[in-house]
Design a protein around this ligand. Structure first.
Ligand SMILES: [Zn+2]
Length: 149
């Protein structure tokens, strides 16, 4: 199927596109924040990476993800399915020295160091971890009853 790694600058320069599917169990770090016993009930996560270059020579990779994640509801401790559809822009730079000193205001752009072999799975996992809510809750949780305060 698709490549497991991308060459960062080459990917953006050539305007490459890549689509990949992952099982939730493929993500080691995500497993810590998700309800693993529910994984078999969840469809694969689909992700796409699109490379581009701006006219002023900046290199970008846009990471888009569409999936749902089983998390623990912090009110009733049941499983809540958290849908996540997002697109984030990564700006590739040559070295740590090029990383901005301060957080840039636009939090939709993450700056990372480009490498010749960048793991697609890790790029996707990083962005999912940043995008998942810290605390998950049912929209209409059964623990929110009408018994008052
Ligand atoms: Zn709940």
């Amino acid at each position: 199927m698709s490549a497991k790694t991308i060459d960062g600058f080459a990917f953006s320069r050539s305007g490459s596109e890549l689509h990949a599917e992952f099982g939730l169990k493929d993500f080691d770090r995500l497993a810590d924040v998700l309800v693993q016993s529910e994984f078999s009930a969840y469809p694969s996560l689909s992700a796409s990476l699109i490379g581009s270059r701006s006219v002023d020579g900046r290199s970008y990779v846009d990471v888009a993800v569409d999936a749902s994640f089983p998390m623990v509801c912090q009110r009733c401790l049941g499983v809540v399915s958290v849908p996540l559809v997002f697109q984030r822009r990564l700006e590739l730079v040559r070295s740590d020295a090029s990383l901005p000193d301060e957080d840039i205001d636009d939090d939709r752009v993450d700056v990372i160091v480009s490498r010749r072999e960048m793991s697609v799975k890790e790029l996707v996992e990083d962005e999912v971890l940043l995008s998942l809510p810290m605390v998950a809750m049912h929209d209409d949780c059964v623990a929110l009853d009408t018994s008052g305060e």
